[in-house]
Design a protein. Structure first.
Length: 198
């Protein structure tokens, strides 16, 4: 499992974020739309503008994952939107049903700011990439793809990680466009099965 950086969010804040994400899914099942939050009632860290990903798993298997790479709105609002889209708008999966809700595990990743890596070739990138720590974005202006740091759990070799990320972006294996930008980020990640109840 990817190593954790020093926790930015307390257990209480993690519990609240997980409750917000699960609540957005339940609201979606009942009303077919995401809920509207009262931001003023939330603690300050949840009102900061941050980018997040929400992942759903069922019995250890992926059930949906949608997120934001660029911070665009308050963290809690980003969670609501991404939790709703993960449950009902991930094109790889059918919409979540009420019958399976109790079997789903919610995981949240809060992203650090994206940092451009000054690399001009795949070999240079492989020299500076940090396995089990870095999330990566490949962006050539027309194609863009990312892998969260937790993907290292299933693709632990840097070359394999990069090959699969390029495939996800629709880039041939030996392709390295002059316009390609590589961005690095890390995440603080936590999930319901690992965060103790209050």
């Amino acid at each position: 499992m990817a190593p954790m950086r020093s926790a930015e969010y307390s257990l209480e804040h993690q519990r609240e974020m997980l409750a917000i994400a699960r609540g957005a899914i339940l609201h979606g099942l009942e009303h077919q739309c995401p809920p509207v939050l009262e931001l003023h009632a939330l603690p300050a860290p949840l009102r900061q503008v941050r980018a997040t990903f929400v992942t759903l798993t069922r019995n250890g298997s992926l059930r949906g994952c949608v997120g934001s790479l660029e911070p665009q709105r308050p963290l809690a609002e980003d969670l609501v939107r991404n939790a709703f889209d993960t449950a009902f708008a991930d094109p790889r999966f059918p919409p979540v049903t009420i019958a399976e809700l109790s079997a789903l595990d919610v995981e949240i990743s809060v992203l650090s700011p994206l940092r451009v890596l000054a690399v001009e070739s795949e070999a240079q990138l492989l020299d500076v990439i940090r396995p089990f720590e870095d999330g990566l974005v490949l962006d050539d202006g027309q194609r863009r793809a990312t892998f969260l740091p937790k993907v290292w759990d299933s693709l632990s070799e840097p070359a394999a990680f990069l090959t699969e990320l390029k495939r996800k972006a629709g880039m041939p294996g030996d392709d390295w466009p002059d316009s390609l930008r590589v961005l690095r980020y890390h995440t603080e990640t936590f999930c319901e099965r690992e965060v103790p109840a209050s």
